[in-house]
Write a protein that binds this ligand. Structure first.
Ligand SMILES: NC(=O)c1ccc[n+]([C@@H]2O[C@H](COP(=O)([O-])OP(=O)(O)OC[C@H]3O[C@@H](n4cnc5c(N)ncnc54)[C@H](OP(=O)(O)O)[C@@H]3O)[C@@H](O)[C@H]2O)c1
Length: 332
């Protein structure tokens, strides 16, 4: 299988040399999920690069789980490029409560969009997944080839199985139809338009919100769950958007590509940095009776680095930018 991947990757890389993504700024590009964390960053990046023909539909305008609507949309619009950043996403609680939604909605969205893209002449498609596709006990840092080598983390396996099916669907369409469908697997992301919900947000926006609210109330301390020792990797979503453009321009391989910062921080270091950026002057207290979660989760992004892309935004800069956005968001 690895040999087959190499042969096809070589052939596709050669073929794509004449099909630059960046060359035609008037090309029609459908960014699915453009109001989400990832989709909105991709739109910002494409607009900053001078792209003028972005096709955007809200969930209310076009429900991507509805096959006939998606078909009609593609038949009418015929985009040249598609970036698939629409998905049903959520934390452990949501995954545990709505497993049927997580597997069905994601399979429907990606199957409809990938298949319609192929059948309506899309030149190239980028599918986005996440690091949860990898086995629970994958080697650290996690290389791309760890996919399907072990049991998944049970708390989000419904979502992960759908995402793995998306990667495999892109590969299958490449093999059978020589069609340019690629997959990127981002690490933990953060930035403008993140979810700051008090119960179901990720660790970084949750910390930012708590420190901010504690500062506003004049609290003396903020209590954070666990020991602070787990190691995590974070990437600013604007860096991810840059990586997506890079992959669309430079990569046509069969294998998915990890997109990470390559930099680990402990949750303690993260919390202290968020506290400093927010300007909370009280104390940070660790509740060690609460669980820590996986001790380490880092993606191996050396494949992407080898292709020539590295992130630009430091965690500190990214947090300052995100807090600026959050302050505007809470004002509204
Ligand atoms: N956030 C992260 O840390 C992270 C990390 C790694 C990978 N990713 C990946 O990046 C992708 C996007 O994630 P995100 O964080 O940007 O999620 P998000 O902020 O929740 O955005 C998802 C977008 O998809 C839209 N959507 C959902 N169901 C839809 C449907 N049936 N029809 C049309 N649109 C629909 C949502 O619209 P509504 O809100 O109106 O439903 C929303 O705009 C996902 O594939 C995710 O796995 C995210």
């Amino acid at each position: 299988m690895v040999d087959l991947i190499c042969v096809i990757e070589h052939a596709l890389a050669y073929d794509s040399a004449s099909n630059s993504f960046l060359a035609d700024k008037s090309a029609k590009i459908f960014v699915a999920g453009h109001r989400g964390l990832v989709g909105s960053a991709i739109v910002r990046k494409l607009e900053a690069l001078g792209f003028t023909n972005l096709i955007l539909r809200t969930h209310a305008d076009l429900d991507l789980t509805r096959q006939s609507d998606v078909e009609s949309f593609f038949a009418a619009e015929r985009p040249r490029f598609v970036i698939l950043a629409a998905a049903k996403v959520g934390g452990i609680h949501a995954n545990n409560t709505y497993p049927a939604d997580f597997i069905a909605v994601n399979l429907q969205i990606q199957t409809n969009v990938i298949d319609s893209s192929y059948r309506h002449g899309v030149k190239k498609l980028l599918f986005l997944g996440s690091s949860c596709i990898y086995p629970k006990f994958a080697p650290q840092p996690i290389p791309e080839h760890a996919l399907l080598t072990g049991t998944l983390e049970p708390t989000n396996e419904w979502y992960a199985v759908a995402k793995i099916a998306g990667i495999k669907m892109c590969q299958a369409y490449q093999i059978q139809h020589s069609w340019d469908a690629i997959s990127g697997m981002p690490t933990n992301l953060y930035g403008p338009n993140d979810n700051f919900h008090p119960e179901n947000s990720h660790v970084l926006p949750a910390l930012m919100r708590r420190f901010h609210e504690a500062k506003v109330r004049g609290d003396k301390e903020v209590v954070v769950w666990g020991s602070g020792s787990p190691l995590r990797e974070f990437l600013h979503v604007d860096d991810l958007a840059g990586a997506c453009v890079f992959l669309l321009e430079k990569y046509s391989g069969l294998e998915h590509v990890n997109v990470g910062s390559g930099k680990e921080v402990t949750i303690k270091e993260l919390a202290e940095l968020v506290k400093e950026v927010v300007g909370f002057e009280g104390e940070l207290v660790w509740d060690r009776t609460k669980p820590d979660g996986t001790p380490r989760k880092l993606m191996d992004s050396s494949k992407l680095a080898g292709l020539g892309w590295t992130p630009k935004i430091s965690l500190k800069e990214g947090l300052v930018d995100t807090y600026k956005w959050y302050l505007e968001y809470v004002k509204q």
